[in-house]
Design a protein around this ligand. Structure first.
Ligand SMILES: NC(=O)c1ccc[n+]([C@@H]2O[C@H](COP(=O)([O-])OP(=O)(O)OC[C@H]3O[C@@H](n4cnc5c(N)ncnc54)[C@H](O)[C@@H]3O)[C@@H](O)[C@H]2O)c1
Length: 354
């Protein structure tokens, strides 16, 4: 049995990854370390608990806990998702982003290094640091991010992820730890917390609430269905070269307003509402400070070297996503109670974020 440590495996991408690995790799088992912050939900993986999936409730910054986990012999990989991940929250309170994304990543790297030096890790050990294309800053109307694009983060979130990337790279160059970094574009799909654009729109349309769109909705993102991201990560974990960076993207560039229109029209169909009903809920709100204009990924390295390609186009992925949310409304209601509701009210009144 090949054993890997997944951090943040109760969050959006982490939970999808845990499910995908357990499905596709019957001889793998997972230790899932998650602090269950507002964005983490044990319910995302509860049904998987058993011999091949062990949940550990804890913080990646907890050195004693990490030492305990790494005292196990033969861990074959770390897939590091755990992070504070919402740009708006990083603007309102950057400190948690430094603690988890920078210090937490450093502690995890250090615990891996110590275990490696003690000869406890599997000889093929890989530390996969899951990062974002936001570290590259903003593009103009033309061009794509490549793996050699200069780092130029704009928000406290992207600055903290950039710092973590530098530590992951430095641990390879300085100590020879087998780290690999992936920088991925915006993900969407099942289990995404409804503070992010796509689930927020779906959720608000269902509830006939305003659909807040930043600025004029002209910001462009390159969207990737989460299952395709998970497959890319699995490919990199198994076949990527230590010390390398791989950009991952869906080749599906869309303006935020285009995304909102597509969701509105599909939701009108699904909910049997007259065409145009949901578009009437769109409300343009003051732009986010430091809002990057455009992100777009050149994924030719992972495609050429490792043979990965996204299997879902945007139309297919968004339809699956909408159907998942409609089939899982009790999930949405459960996770948007408590702390999240309080935070939204304190910071946004009843407006919501995009
Ligand atoms: N969502 C995207 O579009 C996207 C795109 C590219 C990269 N990423 C990166 O992928 C990773 C996962 O993103 P996501 O959207 O799934 O995030 P998420 O916010 O949905 O999940 C984060 C998870 O990490 C856990 N966590 C937070 N702080 C922790 C700590 N100190 N110790 C242990 N666990 C902690 C949370 O409980 C949660 O389960 C992040 O590193 C993010 O930067 C996300």
């Amino acid at each position: 049995m090949k054993r890997i440590l997944v951090t943040g495996g109760c969050g959006f991408i982490g939970a999808n990854f845990v499910r995908r690995v357990l499905d596709l790799r019957p001889d793998w088992s997972i230790i899932n370390l998650d602090a269950l912050t507002y964005a983490g939900n044990y319910g995302n993986v509860r049904d998987l608990e058993g011999d091949r999936h062990r949940f550990v409730h804890g913080d990646i910054g907890d050195e004693e806990l990490l030492a305990d986990i790494f005292s196990e012999e033969g861990i074959a990989g770390v897939v590091h998702f755990a992070a504070e991940s919402h740009v708006d929250r990083s603007i309102l309170g950057p400190e948690a982003f430094v603690e988890t994304n920078v210090t937490g990543t450093f502690r995890l790297l250090q615990a891996s290094l110590e275990s490696w030096r003690e000869g406890k890790l599997d000889p093929d050990f890989r530390f996969l640091h899951v990062s974002t294309d936001e570290v590259y800053g903003s593009l103009g109307p033309e061009g794509l991010f490549t793996e050699t694009t200069r780092y130029d983060p704009s928000s406290p979130y992207s600055a903290s992820k950039a710092a973590a990337d530098h530590f992951a790279r430095a641990y390879h160059r300085t100590y020879g730890l087998s780290t690999i970094i992936t920088n991925c574009s915006n993900n969407y799909g099942p289990y995404q917390f409804p503070e992010k654009l796509i689930p927020l729109m779906i959720f608000n349309i269902i509830n006939e609430r305003p659909l807040p769109v930043y600025g004029d909705g002209g910001n462009v993102r390159d969207w990737l269905f989460v299952e395709d991201h998970c497959d890319a990560l699995l490919t990199v974990l198994e076949n990527g070269r230590p010390g390398e960076t791989y950009n991952i993207g869906g080749g599906a560039e869309k303006k935020n307003i285009e995304i909102v229109h597509i969701i509105c029209d599909l939701m009108d169909e699904r909910l049997d509402r007259p065409h145009g009903t949901s578009r009437k809920l769109i409300t343009f709100v003051a732009d986010r400070p430091g809002h990057d204009l455009r992100y777009a990924i050149d994924a030719s390295k992972i495609e050429g070297e490792l043979g990965w390609r996204p299997r879902h186009g945007f139309e297919d992925g968004i339809a699956r996503t909408i159907d998942w949310y409609l089939d899982n409304m009790s999930w949405v209601e459960k996770i948007t109670s408590g702390e999240y509701k309080r935070w939204m009210k304190e910071n946004y009144g009843n407006r919501g974020t995009g």
